[in-house]
Ligand binder design. Structure first.
Ligand SMILES: Cc1ncc(COP(=O)(O)O)c(C=O)c1O
Length: 416
């Protein structure tokens, strides 16, 4: 079939005339295909999905109930634009009570988001001119970098390595890049490494931002999912509000991924600019959803229960993987376990296979053991396991992990 004229109209930022013609497969598509192939080869077998990046459970009944009540109110029906006071005030209370961030002004320093992904896509528009740099961590969640590039900006990647506790080395930014950098995007607890930040790191980020005139975007999508102590907010750092904003989300903290709600808080000028661009992007999240989200932020014990479940699963997963030869260590938060990928696998039947990349390992695992993981080859070869695998209760979790142990029992992984 000859190309329709539409093929010639695509913008270069999404591939121009070549849009949709690339044959290279993206990582997540490869995983999907490998799963389909594994299922076809073993009809009826159970795929153990350790790759999922979202909660396995519904929102809590009281949150659903709040949505139900709020959805019936005529005053909630219309465009919400940049939102009413309910979520803004709950956000300020949440930051104070849960994260120890004092004095956030709900009127001027908070605006809701239709999920953090939406906020990460909107914020570059407020800052990035062609040729400006965004400093991103890699491996990581790439949305702000993608949008910066859509705008003619550039991305400088800061690798997250085990040697540096998966914190970026801020001093490594080349002198040629730093003056053109406008924003630094950080994300702790981190996807995919599971690493947490420290107060010292955040203090260094504030100093670095001030010295180099940078805006800091702290993506706190996993902030409240901590296994010990209190969540650590970037905004609790002295001076943080002078340089940046933090993005909180109901998705992972309240099992509300599909609801699409969160908030951006911090520096008044950045929040205002976010609101201005947002106002030209969407018409706000349904107020009933915002109000249900506010209920969540006022009930952080929900997140504590979710985190306790992940912590229990994480203990068991760490043990299972260590037994299988992986150097797994329990992270302090998030729901991700990031482990070094093996270099080879030897099976009892005498077969031995060598791997060049984490992607090779992940493909082999799904094909041979029907265990799905997410590979990362961005800064070393690692596999991401997630404790959001489907299991209906603690006994079922044990069953699933017992199954993982059994499927890996005949494999000797080599790491050198
Ligand atoms: C690091 C990170 N930031 C943001 C998001 C998106 O969160 P939301 O559902 O709030 O858009 C995700 C989702 O996986 C994530 O991993």
């Amino acid at each position: 079939m000859s190309d329709s004229y539409i093929q010639n109209l695509f913008a270069e930022r999404i591939g121009g005339r070549q849009y949709g013609k690339a044959t290279a497969l993206y990582k997540f598509e490869k995983i999907k295909r490998a799963r389909r192939a594994a299922l076809a080869a073993h009809p009826g077998a159970e795929i153990i999905d350790m790759g999922v990046g979202e909660p396995d459970e519904m929102a809590f009944p009281e949150v659903v109930e709040t949505l139900h009540e709020e959805a019936r109110k005529p005053e909630n029906r219309g465009y919400s634009d940049n939102g009413d006071a309910v979520l803004k005030q709950a956000a300020a209370r949440y930051l104070d009570r849960v994260c120890g961030v004092k004095g956030i002004n709900p009127d001027t320093e908070v605006i809701h988001s239709i999920g953090s992904k939406a906020a990460l896509s909107i914020l570059p528009t407020a800052f990035i001119n062609p040729g400006d740099y965004v400093l991103m961590t890699t491996p990581g969640y790439p949305v702000s970098g993608t949008h910066a590039k859509y705008l003619g900006g550039l991305v400088h990647n800061l690798p997250l390595t085990e040697a540096n506790n998966f914190l970026p080395d801020l001093d490594s930014v080349p002198a040629g890049v730093l003056p053109k950098a406008k924003a630094l995007v950080i994300n702790y607890p981190n996807n995919p490494t599971g690493a947490s930040a420290t107060p010292e790191f955040y203090a260094a980020v504030v100093a670095f931002a001030k010295k180099n005139n940078l805006v800091v975007i702290s993506d706190a999508a996993y902030a409240a999912l901590v296994y010990e102590g209190k969540p650590l907010s970037f905004l609790a750092t002295p001076g943080a509000k002078d340089v940046g904003v933090e993005l909180h989300s109901c998705s992972k903290s309240f099992n509300m991924t599909g609801w699409r709600c969160g908030f951006v808080a911090g520096n008044e000028l950045i929040v205002k600019a976010y609101g201005d661009v947002k106002d030209n992007t969407d018409s706000g999240q349904f107020l009933a959803i915002q109000h249900a989200a506010a209920y969540g932020f006022d009930h952080p014990e929900i997140t504590a229960q979710i985190a306790a479940k992940y912590s229990r699963r994480m203990d068991a997963l760490v043990q299972t993987l260590r037994h299988a030869g992986f150097n797994a260590r329990k992270p302090k938060g998030s729901f991700f376990l990031y482990v070094k990928a093996p270099k080879a696998a030897a099976q009892k039947n005498g077969q031995r296979i060598e791997f060049n990349t984490a992607e090779d390992v992940s493909q082999w695992l799904i094909t041979e053991t029907l265990i799905s993981t997410v590979p990362w080859d961005d800064a070393g070869a690692y596999l991401r396991f997630s404790v959001t695998f489907v299991a209906k209760d603690p006994a079922d979790e044990q069953r699933v992990l017992g199954e993982v142990a059994q499927r890996l029992a005949d494999v000797k992984f080599e790491f050198k």
